[in-house]
Design a protein around this ligand. Structure first.
Ligand SMILES: O=C(O)c1ccc(O)c(O)c1
Ligand SMILES: [Mg+2]
Length: 623
């Protein structure tokens, strides 16, 4: 698959964008007109730079408001087009995108449109240019890709084809299956963009909220499957208008973009395999290469089976040790060569890492996941351009395959075991065989705060590298704004990550006010809370108003309600079951949560999240 990206996706100057695209490994780019017009580089210099960087200049765009106009306007439009064709010849480019008219079209007549597009194609032919006609979702008369293609068919000129843009097609819910009926020679270009499902006008949605494939909710693998089945072999190019990407680090965004295409390519191949038509499978039997477009695959991974460990890091670890002890964790010993400690409760393993920078406040530093094969999982992550984390190991020590997540949490791919134990624990203390007390406890979920400019990147990272499934995002009210919250989990819930986006105001204060937490699931939360209370644990104090509201909503047994209130426990219930939980006070940027899931409760106590945010906000501003 030939990969591409439109310069409009990225921040910076045209030169910076082109360099970043080359570093990220794109085959070609779409030059967005604005980027050229505002560049100090001459067209010849751009052409040379692209050649030097090994980047194809695959599409010049956009050319707006051409068709369905009065004769006067047509004349002016053809003149304008010719100027661009001449420019393209200096750039060494041969394909231009012409969008359906949104502003100046006054005549809704396909015959007229076809004759005008025919004139454009003829002129383009004189300059060796190919016109890719694209139906914008908000086009005045042409806003449907099948309509745009009908016009291309009517004109029937070698220099006129169509451009398929997933956003314009999927935002309008157009059926993608008819793409297969399009003559592949007439598909001059394919653009891909994902988006969250939002209910708003489609123009604003397109201009501000597009994201890279895998970061939104569109069925892009299916879209691409139909494109591949149509026989298309040209560039598959990202065209993502996004306010955040346009102000983020250009090289990093380009890598995120490339990751999305590598992942989409694999997903498209997968979609084709599981949606093979009878004809296609016969063809498959006949030859291994079923379609003209070759789709690369990746090392395959299953979703992780569980958390292997969580690691918190601090310069002064005393507070962390105290908290874990009060929660009922046992200190299992120090590592034989590294300055790290192992604490366990049942199968929940927490590493306290003392190798932090001076004065570094406690923070979540790493997460380990149980995978079938750490080597295969690591190979996959690296092919998806995840940065590798280097860890020093001595002889006889478990070699951890590590990658760095977008928020720089280190992710370790560990060998899972059927009984939930971890092979590396013997490196601690006196050579523990199977540490862990007789209580049953596991890591239930981990909640990570994401910097605003890396949230979408994180969703794609965990989806593509770890095979976690993103759930629809929610917005949780907090005293300093709505917190965007997105759950990423395995189908059986054995790994649950919650990504939270701190309100911008919080990210801007000098003090690191965002908080992250690790939640442990136990069988008897009330008993766990009572023991923790006896050991002097400082609970997050829940306001009395909360318990009144709880009673109003759930009509709880008075005794049970009194216990919840006494122990600062939170409660939720839905059709599947019940959820009890409590939070500790925060040390540095970390706090812990203890939960008990009853029945098949599958959530996170979302109705209680605003209470937690408010209490934490209050305690921060009091201290
Ligand atoms: O938002 C626009 O105007 C616009 C321009 C060119 C495109 O290819 C597109 O998909 C949208
Ligand atoms: Mg487009």
């Amino acid at each position: 698959m030939r990969t591409g990206i439109a310069t409009v996706c990225l921040s910076g100057t045209l030169k910076e964008k082109m360099q970043a695209c080359a570093i990220a490994g794109f085959d070609g780019i779409e030059i967005f007109e604005q980027d050229l017009v505002t560049s100090p580089l001459s067209p010849e210099e751009v052409r040379k730079m692209a050649a030097d960087l090994g980047l194809g200049l695959d599409l010049y765009q956009p050319f707006r408001d051409f068709d369905g106009v009065t004769p006067d306007l047509l004349k002016a439009n053809l003149r304008r087009a010719e100027a661009k064709f001449k420019l393209m010849s200096r750039l060494g480019m041969d394909t231009i995108l012409v969008c359906s008219n949104v502003a100046t079209a006054t005549i809704d007549d396909d015959e007229l449109r076809a004759s005008q597009l025919g004139e454009l194609a003829e002129l383009a032919g004189d300059h060796g240019v190919k016109v890719a006609y694209e139906a914008l979702a908000w086009g005045k008369y042409v806003n449907d890709y099948e309509h745009a293609y009908r016009l291309v068919e009517i004109v029937d000129h070698p220099n006129l084809g169509t451009c398929l843009d997933s956003f314009h097609i999927l935002s309008r819910d157009w059926d993608t299956a008819p793409i297969e009926k399009i003559n592949a020679d007439k598909i001059f270009f394919v653009q891909v963009a994902d988006a969250p499902k939002l209910s708003m006008d489609v123009l604003s949605w397109s201009r501000h909220y597009r994201v890279f494939p895998g970061e939104g909710q569109f069925e892009l693998a299916k879209f691409m499957g139909h494109v591949v089945r149509a026989g298309y072999t040209g560039p598959v190019s990202l065209e993502v208008f996004n306010d955040v990407f346009r102000q983020s680090d250009v090289e990093r965004t380009a890598v995120d973009a490339m990751r999305s295409l590598i992942w989409l390519e694999e997903q498209s191949a997968k979609w084709l395999e599981s949606n093979a038509t009878a004809a296609a499978s016969e063809q498959k039997a006949a030859s291994r290469r079923r379609y003209p477009m070759e789709l690369a695959t990746l090392p395959k991974v299953n979703e992780p089976a569980g958390f292997n460990f969580a690691e918190v890091k601090a310069d002064d670890t005393a507070q962390l040790e105290k908290l874990l002890g009060q929660l009922g964790f046992e200190f299992e010993g120090r590592h034989r060569t590294k300055d790290v400690q192992l604490w366990t409760m049942g199968q929940a393993r927490v590493i306290i890492n003392e190798q932090a920078a001076q004065h570094a406040e406690p923070a979540i530093a790493a997460l380990g996941f149980d995978v079938d094969s750490p080597v295969i999982a690591s190979a996959r992550a690296q092919q998806l351009k995840a940065p590798v984390v280097a860890r020093k190991v001595q002889a006889d020590e478990e070699v951890f395959q590590g990658i760095s997540a977008p928020d720089s949490t280190e992710i370790f791919l560990c060998q899972g075991s059927p009984d939930g134990t971890a092979a590396w624990t013997h490196e601690f203390g006196e050579g523990l065989e199977h540490p862990g007390s007789d209580v049953s406890a596991v890591i239930d979920h981990v909640n990570l705060a994401q910097p605003w400019q890396h949230f979408d990147e994180a969703v794609l990272f965990y989806t593509s590298a770890l095979a976690l499934e993103p759930q629809p995002f929610a917005e949780v009210p907090s005293p300093s704004g709505l917190v965007r919250s997105q759950v990423m989990e395995t189908s059986d819930g054995s790994v649950r990550l919650v990504l939270n986006l701190a309100p911008a105001q919080q990210a801007q204060t000098a003090r690191k006010t965002y908080q992250e937490h690790i939640a442990f699931a136990v069988d008897d939360l009330v008993a766990t809370a009572r023991s923790a209370h006896t050991r002097g644990l400082e609970f997050l104090e829940i306001p009395a108003n909360y318990y009144e509201d709880l009673d109003a909503r759930f009509e709880l047994e008075p005794e049970f309600l009194a216990t919840l209130k006494e122990l600062n426990l939170l409660y939720d219930r839905d059709a599947n079951g019940e959820f009890l939980h409590f939070y500790t006070a925060t040390v540095g940027s970390v706090f812990f949560e203890m939960v008990e899931r009853r029945g098949n409760y599958d959530g996170y106590g979302a109705p209680n999240a605003p209470v937690r945010h408010a209490v934490q906000y209050d305690s921060l501003h009091r201290s």
